[in-house]
Design a protein around this ligand. Structure first.
Ligand SMILES: Cc1ncc(COP(=O)(O)O)c(C=O)c1O
Length: 429
C-alpha cells in the first residue's frame, strides 16, 4: 500500500541534523519550519494536490545545485561550468520521456502554471481561441480564468459537465467545438473525479483542426502507472505538475511530440522563464526514478483503492459525492446538500478536528468560490503515509461525525485527539 518497498516512504523533512544546524544559524526561521513539520506530522492531509516526497527527493533538492545558473539547455548553455548540470538535467529528461513514452520532455518549468503558459505559447498566438473545462466544473485558473494570464491573452470558451451525470458531456463539447472553432482544445482538471477520454477529445479536435493539449497535473502518477488512460498518444503537448500524484518536488514538466520540441523549449526559456532551478530538476530526476519502479505502480493503485474506500464509506453514511463517486484519486463532496454546511465552514471545522482539505465548488454551485457547497478530498498524501482502507473508512466516519456535530467543540476535540493518534501511528519519514 505504501511506497515503502522503494525509497523511504514519506520524508520527514525533516532531517534532524540539518534542522539543528539551521536552528543554530537562524533560530527564528528554523522554529517556523519546525512547527510546519509538526503540523504535517500531526494532521491528516486530504488535499488532493499535495503529497509527502521521499527523503531522497527532499535530499536532492537541498543541494549545491541551487548555486548554479544554467540558462539554456544541456549542451547549449549561456554560462560556463555546466557539465554536471547538463548531466543531471539530461537524466531528468530521459526519465521523463521513459515515464510517459514521450518523444520530448522539458523539465524546466518552475510550476504547472509556467508549463501551461509555455505550452500555450508554443501552440497558439495571442487572441487565438481555446476551448477548456470551466473552473466551476473542475478546471484550473490557468485554463482561461479572467484573472489569469491565460484569460487575458487568449479567447477562451468553456465546457462543463452534464447536469444529470456530472460527467463531461463529450457530445455537447463536440457541438461547442464545431460552433466555437477553437485553435486548441485543452483537457485536464483540478477537481474532476472521473476518467478523461483523451481519444475522444483528439477526434473532436481533429474535426475542427485544433491542437489538443492535456494538463494532467492531478493524474500524472495514475497515468504513469497505467491506471488512467494516457493522453500522450493523442495530445500535441502534455503538461503536468510534479508534486501531486507524481510525488516529486514542487514544479512543472512538459512532454510533447518531436514536432513541437523546439517551440516548447523556446517558449519555456526564454519565453516565460529565465534560469532553471537545477536543484529542483535534480529532485525531479530522483522522483522520476522512483516513478519508474514497480513500487510506484503499487502506490498509485493504493491511492485509487483508498479513494474507493473513502468514497464508499461516505456514501454509506448518506453523503452525496458528485458524479456518484470517483475513478481517480479525488472526490467532490456535496456537503451543503448532504449535511447543510458550506464548503468553507466544513473545511474549517475539519481542520479543527485534525483533518485538512479544501473547500471546492461543485458543478452548478450556487455559492461563490470563497464559500462553495463542496469540499474536495484526495488520497495521495494519506496513501504515502501508509494509511489503508481501514484508516480511510475511519476518516470518513470522523468527517461525517464532525460535520453533523459542527457546533459541538467536544466532538471536534475528541476527533482531533484520535486523528493525532492515528498520525502518530503512521509517522512520516
Ligand atoms: C490542472 C492543474 N493545472 C495547473 C496547476 C498549476 O500548478 P502550479 O500551482 O504548480 O502552478 C494546477 C495546480 O493546482 C492544476 O491542478
Amino acid at each position: 500500500m505504501t511506497h515503502g518497498d522503494g525509497p523511504s516512504n514519506g520524508s520527514n523533512g525533516y532531517n534532524v541534523e540539518s534542522m539543528a544546524r539551521l536552528a543554530e544559524v537562524d533560530a527564528e526561521a528554523a522554529s517556523i519550519i519546525q512547527r510546519e513539520i509538526e503540523r504535517q506530522q500531526d494532521y491528516i492531509d486530504l488535499i488532493a494536490s499535495q503529497n509527502y516526497v521521499s527523503q531522497a527527493v527532499m535530499d536532492a533538492q537541498g543541494t549545491a545545485l541551487t548555486n548554479k545558473y544554467a540558462e539554456g539547455y544541456p549542451g547549449r548553455r549561456w554560462y560556463n561550468g555546466c557539465a554536471h548540470i547538463d548531466e543531471i538535467e539530461t537524466l531528468a529528461i530521459e526519465r521523463a520521456k521513459q515515464m510517459f513514452g514521450a518523444e520530448h520532455a522539458n523539465v524546466q518549468p518552475h510550476s504547472g502554471s509556467q508549463a501551461n503558459a509555455a505550452a500555450y505559447m508554443a501552440l497558439i498566438k495571442d487572441g487565438d481561441r481555446v476551448l477548456a473545462m470551466s473552473l466551476d466544473h473542475g478546471g484550473h485558473l490557468t485554463h482561461g480564468h479572467q484573472l489569469s494570464f491565460s484569460g487575458m491573452q487568449y479567447e477562451f470558451a468553456h465546457y462543463g459537465v452534464d447536469s444529470e451525470t456530472e460527467r463531461i458531456d463529450y457530445d455537447a463539447l463536440e457541438a461547442q467545438a464545431l460552433e466555437f472553432r477553437p485553435k486548441m482544445i485543452l483537457s485536464g482538471a483540478s477537481a474532476y473525479p472521473r476518467i478523461i477520454d483523451f481519444e475522444r477529445l483528439r477526434a473532436i479536435a481533429d474535426q475542427v483542426d485544433a491542437f489538443l493539449m492535456a494538463d494532467i497535473a492531478h493524474i500524472a502518477g495514475l497515468v504513469i502507472a497505467g491506471l488512467h488512460p494516457s493522453p500522450v498518444p493523442y495530445a500535441d503537448v502534455v503538461t503536468t505538475t510534479t508534486h501531486k500524484t507524481l510525488r516529486g518536488p514542487r514544479g512543472g514538466l512538459i512532454v510533447c511530440k518531436a514536432e513541437h520540441a523546439k517551440a516548447v523549449d523556446r517558449c519555456v526559456f526564454p519565453g516565460v522563464q529565465g534560469g532553471p532551478l537545477e536543484h529542483t530538476i535534480a529532485s525531479k530526476a530522483v522522483a522520476f526514478g522512483e516513478a519508474l519502479t514497480p513500487a510506484f505502480r503499487d502506490y498509485q493503485q493504493g491511492i485509487i483503492d483508498n479513494a474507493q474506500a473513502l468514497a464508499s464509506e461516505l456514501q454509506e453514511l448518506d453523503v452525496r459525492l458528485t458524479s456518484d463517486g470517483t475513478d481517480n484519486h479525488l472526490m467532490l463532496v456535496d456537503v451543503l446538500g448532504s449535511l447543510g454546511v458550506t464548503g468553507r465552514d466544513a473545511a474549517n471545522a475539519l481542520e479543527g478536528a485534525g483533518i485538512v482539505c479544501n473547500k471546492n465548488m461543485i458543478p452548478f454551485d450556487k455559492r461563490s468560490p470563497m464559500v462553495t457547497s463542496g469540499i474536495r478530498l484526495g488520497t495521495p498524501a494519506a496513501t504515502t503515509r501508509g494509511f489503508g482502507e481501514t484508516q480511510m473508512r475511519q476518516i470518513a466516519q470522523w468527517i461525517v461525525h464532525v460535520l453533523r456535530n459542527r457546533d459541538d467543540e467536544n466532538v471536534r476535540h475528541e476527533v482531533r485527539q484520535e486523528a493525532r493518534a492515528l498520525c502518530r501511528a503512521f509517522p512520516l519519514g
